[in-house]
Design a protein around this ligand. Structure first.
Ligand SMILES: *[C@@H]1O[C@H](CO)[C@@H](O)[C@H](O)[C@H]1NC(C)=O
Ligand SMILES: *[C@@H]1O[C@H](CO)[C@@H](O)[C@H](O)[C@H]1NC(C)=O
Length: 498
């Protein structure tokens, strides 16, 4: 039954997706529960509250000395798989913890307002979401929760992607409530234009695929850009790539919509959560001259075969705007609307084609996203607001400077990695593990062996470090015969029994 959660809606755009849950073997009963939290944590005169959803697994809880492990929810609806398997679950087992998965305000079923109108989104930001987590932790440690069983508990947070950033920032904002945090693939530095994203995608295609793969893409994109200047050419591209309607030549917002949803996001979807072998297989198709000797036809064959591009690729910008301005929480693009709002006022992180070190030419420029912020929300959601929001985010959280008792993982093929800490930001109290072949969020999965070098060793070391921080008891483990990076020497030297 848990396998159901592996089925992801293709209508959800890429960066609002829950990391693919680990395979669950536990038979523990997971409870869905709710806690009322404050709508505005920064105004005591506002006493409004809303119900925040969480999943609760008590299979490792004991009569005395139990702890708390929270798998932090990000910009997605939560599912119970992540409290029944994965690294947070394994940490819960080692530390006799309640394993809890919290849902981020506005996402999933945690809805502080009746619609997602711009006025109602004013309480959607990370400061408020961290406030929810703080109030939640205080509650779990109070006498009101399970007869005070967790009054003395240590708290460990685990998160990946934006939820990993939140885990790091919780330790910074509320150090008295969080003993140790682990962030896998969490971006920490807000940045308007994020061309590095497609650079890492390109490097990953070369590293695990081939240079010929990138060359094929490059040739195809040049051809397509030329064809999209005429009616006949646009018809040809539209038919080859199975677009929902014919692409209008020379309409730049439509052309960017086609390249963003149909091409760059399709590669992002391949690489961001890639399992070993996925990229290699994709590049074999893209370079296979038995399919066609025309590069663009091979690219089209691969693109149109992805679940991501079904039932057709949307090339109309107005249609994208229409779908993202539906104010219902149940609209298919509601999650994307919410996350886009956060990017427009807090982070930027627009995955543009501004770099020359990628094969997509300049098909998805920064202006495309500036326009989206205005058209999804209002003319006031403009580039000035975006820039001041980004400045504020970096001022509040300090960018790449890591607070102590935070562990981080950077994956070599994770396109988000340029916005997160790497080994140069590692400190003895905040080690960063670099895993060359890891994709986004791979390290929060279970420690079951996967065909990724150094992943398991890093996971074991993270579990050992966190267990020590939470219980003061080193767990005997064999992982320490292995060195992952020179930085880990520093991390390991902190461990008393080494
Ligand atoms: C919490 O610590 C106090 C003092 O050490 C102890 O008396 C109490 O039993 C502990 N409570 C739990 C629930 O572990
Ligand atoms: C908005 O989305 C909801 C839920 O899917 C749907 O019922 C409604 O018809 C949509 N409204 C508009 C104006 O498209």
């Amino acid at each position: 039954m848990w396998l159901l959660f592996l089925i992801l809606s293709p209508s959800l755009a890429l960066f609002t997706r829950e990391p693919p849950p680990p395979l669950v073997t536990s038979r523990a009963t997971v409870q869905e529960r709710w806690l009322n939290v404050d709508l505005n944590h920064f105004d005591a005169s506002n006493t409004d509250t809303f119900p925040m959803r969480y999943y609760y697994n008590d299979e490792f809880v004991q009569v005395n000395n139990s702890n708390i492990v929270i798998f932090v929810g990000g910009e997605w609806a939560i599912h119970p798989g992540w409290v029944s398997a994965g690294l947070a679950y394994e940490l819960g087992n080692r530390t006799s913890s309640a394993v809890i998965y919290t849902e981020h305000r506005y996402y999933g079923q945690t809805r502080p307002s009746s619609t997602t109108s711009l006025a109602e989104l004013r309480f959607l930001n990370v400061d408020q979401a961290l406030g929810d987590l703080a109030q939640f932790i205080e509650h779990v440690k109070s006498d009101a929760f399970e007869d005070g069983k967790f009054r003395n508990a240590s708290v460990g947070l685990v998160g990946c992607s934006y939820a990993g950033s939140m885990a790091t920032w919780m330790r910074l904002a509320y150090p008295h409530l969080v003993d140790v945090a682990f962030s896998d693939s969490g971006p920490l530095y807000a940045q308007e234009d994020f061309p590095e994203y497609l650079e890492v995608i390109t490097e990953s295609l070369v590293r695990q695929g081939s240079q010929a793969c990138v060359d094929t893409i490059s040739l195809s994109i040049s051809t397509m850009v030329e064809l999209l200047k005429s009616d006949a050419g646009a018809r040809e591209v539209s038919s080859l790539f199975n677009t929902c309607t014919e692409i209008r030549p020379n309409v730049s917002l439509d052309i960017s919509t086609f390249f963003w949803y149909g091409i760059t996001e399709t590669f992002a979807e391949l690489v961001q959560y890639a399992d070993p072998g996925d990229i290699t297989a994709a590049c074999q198709t893209i370079t296979n001259s038995a399919i066609s000797t025309v590069p663009m036809e091979r690219l089209a064959a691969w693109v149109t075969n992805r679940t991501w591009t079904q039932p057709c690729i949307e090339p109309r910008y107005e249609e994208v705007v229409r779908k993202h301005t539906n104010l219902s929480y149940d609209a298919p693009d509601a999650t994307m609307r919410l996350w886009t709002y956060q990017t427009c006022v807090e982070y930027g992180w627009y995955q543009t084609t501004s770099s020359t070190r990628q094969p997509f030419l300049s098909t998805v420029p920064l202006e495309y996203f500036h326009q989206m912020c205005k058209d999804f929300f209002s003319n006031d959601t403009n580039v000035e607001l975006l820039r001041s929001g980004i400045k504020r985010t970096n001022l509040l959280f300090g960018g790449m400077r890591l607070p102590d008792h935070v562990l981080s993982v950077a994956g070599g093929i994770d396109p988000w990695s340029p916005m997160g800490p790497n080994i140069t930001h590692s400190t003895p109290l905040a080690p960063v593990y670099f895993i060359p072949d890891a994709s986004h969020c791979m390290a929060v999965g279970s420690t079951a062996p996967r065909d990724v070098e150094l992943l398991r060793e890093a996971q074991q070391s993270i579990l050992d470090n966190m267990t020590l921080k939470m219980t003061g008891q080193p767990e005997v483990s064999s992982a320490f015969t292995f060195m992952i990076t020179p930085i880990l020497l520093l991390a390991n030297s902190l461990i008393i029994f080494v």
